[in-house]
Structure formats: C-alpha cells, structure tokens
Design a protein around this ligand. Structure first.
Ligand code: E4P
Length: 219
C-alpha cells in the first residue's frame, strides 16, 4: 500500500519524507489556503521537488474548456504532478480528454460507487473516495472503499483506489484490508500508525534491565 501525505505544508512533507515511508502528496484548495500559498504553481513545484512520488494539484475551474486549459498548465509544473479534478460532469469530460493526452489525473470528491465507475471509464489515474466525510454524515465510508475495489477488480480497471479523508489509523487498516492502492492522510495519522503503548513500555523495561545488568557486572 502506498502512503501519501494530505497537506500543502512543506515542513510536514519534509518530516514525513524523512521517515522514509512517503510515496506521494495530495493537496486541495483548502489545504493551500491553510498553508497561505499565494503562488500556486511555485508552491506545487516546491512540493514536487521534495518528493519522488506523485503530487496531486487540484484545478479550480468548473467548466470543461477552462478545466482542460487549467489542467494542461498544471500538468507542466513537474513530471510527478497529477491533476486533481472534481467529480462533476465537466470534470469527467476533462479527465477523458486529459487521459487521451497522457496527462495523469486524480478524480476527487467521490462519494458513490457509480461515480467511481464513471471515473474509471473516463481513464482517471486515481479515484479519491472520501471516507471521513461520509462517516461524518452517518454513512459508511469504508463500505464505499470495499465496493470500489471489488468493482475495479471485477472489470480490471487500472484506476488506483486512493482512500482519502482519512481521520484515524483504523481507516488505514480497513482500507489496506479492502485492497485500496493508496491511503492519503494527515501527518498526525501517519505518526499514529507506528505507536503502540506495549512497544513503549517494553522498550523502557528492556533499557532499565540492561542498565541494571551493566551495574551488576561493573560496566
Ligand atoms: C484528498 O485528496 C483530500 O485532500 C482530503 O483527504 C480531504 O480530507 P478531509 O475530509 O479531512 O478534508
């Protein structure tokens, strides 16, 4: 399973990259706003330079012609940029055009299996089902991941399932069990993935015993 970090913060990306487990980055307009990134292209370029893997950069146009123009410009930023396109009618048409041109896309804001099926048919590189936002409205985000994986497997679609809107480690575990290709998550969730209280208490005990033993043998 690939791990992406869901942020526009260069510091957070550096920290996750330094852990040695980072495969890519996803951003969105809200994350760019949070980061205060005024020059969109320059900021995306800086992120692309930091990581080897794919970096999703979202377009903000909502009509086909403008979406295609904006997407082509974004695609020029770096070799590892992936154009993030919202799952609306003009977005699907845009993905089809970009796919025919060899431009890679991440189809975002997916909340149903039918949306995911259409995105795959249009040739999206990634589909981003939003788990947490479905859970927020008392729906089942994980069920959506399982259904999309099953549908894509059944028909051999190459579109990768990118589990998004992840809020906690169990979303990652269940996405992995369901066969999602990628999990994108905030830095704090990445850090939580390696924590276990028995690891911490076990290490403390080992080190204490070792110290006592060293004193016993006069080291
Ligand atoms: C995915 O690409 C989105 O940027 C992100 O996962 C949305 O997460 P949120 O629902 O926590 O905003």
């Amino acid at each position: 399973m690939k791990f992406f970090i869901d942020t526009a913060s260069l510091d957070e990306i550096r920290e996750a990259h330094d852990m040695g487990v980072l495969d890519g980055v996803t951003t969105n307009p809200s994350l760019m706003k949070k980061e205060g990134a005024e020059d969109f292209h320059a900021h995306i370029k800086a992120i692309c330079d930091l990581v080897d893997g794919d970096v999703s950069a979202e377009i903000v146009s909502t009509e086909y012609d403008a979406m295609v123009d904006e997407a082509r410009e974004v695609a020029q930023i770096a070799d590892n940029v992936v154009v993030k396109v919202p799952l609306i009618l003009d977005g699907i048409k845009t993905i089809k055009t970009l796919s025919d041109e060899g431009i890679r896309t991440n189809c975002t804001l997916c909340f149903s299996p039918t949306q995911a099926l259409i995105a795959a048919k249009a040739g999206a590189t990634y589909i981003s089902p939003f788990i947490g936002r479905l859970d927020d409205i008392s729906s089942d985000g994980m069920k959506l991941i399982r259904e999309i994986v099953q549908i894509y497997d059944q028909y051999g679609y190459e579109t990768e399932v990118l589990a998004a809107s992840i809020r906690h480690p169990m979303h990652v575990v269940e996405s992995a069990l369901a066969g999602a290709d990628v999990a994108t998550m905030p830095l704090d969730v990445i850090k939580k993935l390696l924590k276990h209280p028995l690891t911490d208490s076990g290490l403390e005990r080992f080190l204490t015993d070792w110290e006592a033993y060293q004193q016993e043998i006069g080291q």
